[in-house]
Design a protein around this ligand. Structure first.
Ligand code: HEM
Ligand code: NAG
Ligand code: NAG
Length: 317
């Protein structure tokens, strides 16, 4: 009886997965392009060696790709005469390193033309970026398809750094991602850099009675104000995401708990008991964070979209 129930449950689950169009698998290219992953890893490694900002850029690229029309490589498409693409939409200042995807695609196309999707390359590159930064590694389920649509106006669908908890929660749940995924994936802010404009709201004219967000550590805020004065002329000014900006560790959560996070959206993770508990867990255990991060990024990376394999990641035929 129990076995029958179990069988029924697993049939139900697998049919649900089928309906959602998700047929990603870790050995998707085992026959058709067995060396694809190695080529991507090599392209990422080469680029990261020459430019320390590459890993963070690739991780963020995967997030942006998946949150707009599913993980379909839409973030990679260039604008055309008649269409302004995602990458040219407003929150694009830290989106870069597209050439790394081009290099990886070129290497993969030489081995097995027309087989490996650009969206899969982005997912693999994000995994490699985390591993290269000292974070966990994981097997990437593959088989994503590339889409044909990329619109600058779609970037409105990305959660801005000024979002509060309920807005973030909604943005994630619309994509089937849980509150735990939200807390865990925000830990990606352990690597990389943010421009002043992304946290300006917290350090100047915060509200009617405070210049600085009172939830911020005052010393930390004062330091940010110095780097980012009110009338900021340096367009490239900003701060690393945490004090170890090239290392994928749990320092983001440690600083978060001390009032030393950059964005309203980071601080928002402390506004509910359960999410604060999770942040504490991760601050205390690198292992717990790593393990959860792998689960959540695989989940985010499985958001469906697209229908073909592009030959050039920047344009549709
Ligand atoms: C929870 C909602 C999120 C918000 C509101 C958010 C917002 C931002 C903002 C505003 C920046 C800085 C952009 C700049 O000033 O240049 C940033 C950077 C970054 N974000 Fe997020 N993000 C979120 C979630 C994520 C997720 C889920 C990931 C990946 C799994 C991610 C990975 C990154 C990385 C790696 C950077 C650094 C980029 C670089 O240095 O090039 N973020 N994020
Ligand atoms: C970013 O978006 C702005 C506003 O749409 C656009 O003017 C600018 O060219 C874009 N910058 C990059 C680097 O793509
Ligand atoms: C979050 O922001 C939305 C939109 O500005 C607002 O309606 C809501 O009241 C805010 N929620 C909290 C808990 O502050």
């Amino acid at each position: 009886m129990a076995a029958l129930l179990l069988l029924f449950a697993s049939l139900l689950i697998s049919s649900l997965l089928h309906v959602s169009g998700n047929r990603l698998s870790v050995d998707y290219y085992a026959e058709t392009c067995p060396h694809a992953e190695k080529a991507v890893t090599e392209a990422v490694r080469q680029a990261a060696m020459n430019d320390k900002t590459v890993p963070a850029a690739l991780l963020r690229m995967h997030f942006h790709d998946c949150f707009i029309r599913g993980c379909d490589g839409s973030v990679l498409l260039d604008s055309t005469k008649n269409n302004k693409a995602e990458k040219d939409g407003p929150p694009n200042m830290s989106l870069h390193a597209f050439y790394v995807i081009d290099n990886a695609k070129k290497a993969v196309e030489e081995m097995c033309p027309g087989v490996v999707s650009c969206a899969d390359i982005v997912a693999l590159a994000a995994r490699d970026a985390v591993a290269l930064s000292g974070g966990p590694t994981w097997e990437v389920p593959k088989g994503r398809k590339d889409g044909r649509i990329s619109k600058a106006s779609d970037t409105q669908l990305l959660p801005p750094p000024t979002f509060n908890f309920s807005q973030l929660k909604q943005s994630f749940s619309q994509r089937g991602l849980s509150t735990k995924d939200l807390v865990t994936l925000s830990g990606a802010h352990t690597i990389g850099f943010a421009h002043c404009s992304s946290f300006q709201n917290r350090i100047h004219n915060f509200d009617a009675t405070h210049d600085i967000d009172p939830s911020m550590n005052p010393t930390f805020a004062a330091r940010l104000q110095k780097v980012c004065p009110k009338h900021n002329k340096a367009r490239n000014a900003g701060s690393t995401m945490d004090s170890t900006g090239t290392k994928f560790d749990n320092v983001y959560y440690k600083m978060l708990l001390e009032g030393k996070s950059l964005f309203t959206s980071d601080e928002a993770l402390l506004t509910h008991r359960r999410t604060k508990e999770l942040a504490s867990l991760y601050a205390n255990s690198q292992e717990a964070f790593n393990e959860a991060f792998v689960k959540s990024i695989i989940k985010m990376g499985s958001l469906p979209g697209g229908q073909e394999v592009r030959l050039n990641c920047r344009m549709v035929r």
